[in-house]
Design a protein around this ligand. Structure first.
Ligand code: SF4
Length: 244
């Protein structure tokens, strides 16, 4: 049974989640090669929530760029054969302190990283081979009771998926209001409207609705998108304008 909790309320009374995110996913150039993993899909999901960037490896004192590392028999080693385990573990502890003091509701992490990987990591042979497992920070955060999600699971993790479509619904509602003065607003919203329609008419919406009915969603998770009437009325509003 998932932990049920109430999220903070924003200025307009809506629930605001505090979400810790791998800093590289937010566009920070903290990757081993000096680059980032900016994700537009994730940025859309995070809109309206409080975001806490964390890079455990930088927090552990590692430089950017740095020699890539993998977990070899439980110890983090870089490709040159030097142990960087202490820095990785120090960074994971510091990142844990950050998410604890921010009271993060959720942590979204970069896949496959020796620090941040949630489901898979490289096998320690530096050959690109993946094995089931978690990075040092992901493992520590999960063990400490945090809900940890893989950034590639935005549409397959139920909570992330509901947040994602909830954001789309908010933007479409906003576009419908703006359309009174700016007819272009509706046509700009069309791609997201199609996404919402596909979700609403597919099996995932039914599964999410059933999970809500069964009390499996965290209390306070914003979930207007699971209101049949709410989505139907919004789609109808577009159909009336000839855009739906
Ligand atoms: S430690 Fe995590 S946040 Fe930092 S660069 Fe690696 S994957 Fe990104």
């Amino acid at each position: 049974m998932p932990r049920r909790r109430r999220y903070d309320e924003g200025q307009d009374g809506e629930q605001v989640m505090k979400i810790a995110v791998s800093a590289c996913l937010l566009g920070e150039n903290c990757k081993y090669n000096g680059g980032n993993n900016l994700s537009g899909e994730l940025a859309r999901l995070l809109e309206g929530h409080t975001v806490i960037p964390v890079c455990p490896e930088v927090l552990g004192g590692l430089p950017v760029p740095r020699v890539p590392a993998e977990i070899v028999d439980g110890t983090v080693m870089n490709r040159e054969g030097t142990s960087v385990d202490a820095a990785f573990r120090r960074g994971a502890e510091k990142a844990l302190e950050t998410v604890k003091s921010a009271r993060a509701d959720l942590i979204i992490l970069q896949p496959r990283s020796p620090s941040c990987g949630v489901k898979q990591v490289y096998d320690g042979t530096f050959s690109g081979t993946l094995i089931p497992g978690q990075g040092v920070f992901a493992e520590l955060a999960s063990r400490s009771g945090f809900r940890v999600a893989d950034a590639e699971d935005v549409l397959s993790d139920r909570i992330l998926r509901i947040m994602y479509y909830e954001g789309i619904m908010d933007r479409i509602r906003e576009a419908a209001e703006q359309a009174e003065t700016d007819p272009e607003a509706l046509s700009q919203a069309l791609p997201e409207l199609r996404e919402l329609e596909a979700y609403y008419s597919g099996s995932e919406w039914k599964e999410d609705f059933a999970a809500d009915e069964a009390g499996l969603l965290p209390e306070g998770l914003k979930r207007g998108v699971l209101s049949q009437d709410g989505v139907w009325n919004l789609l109808e509003r577009f159909r009336e304008t000839g855009q739906g």
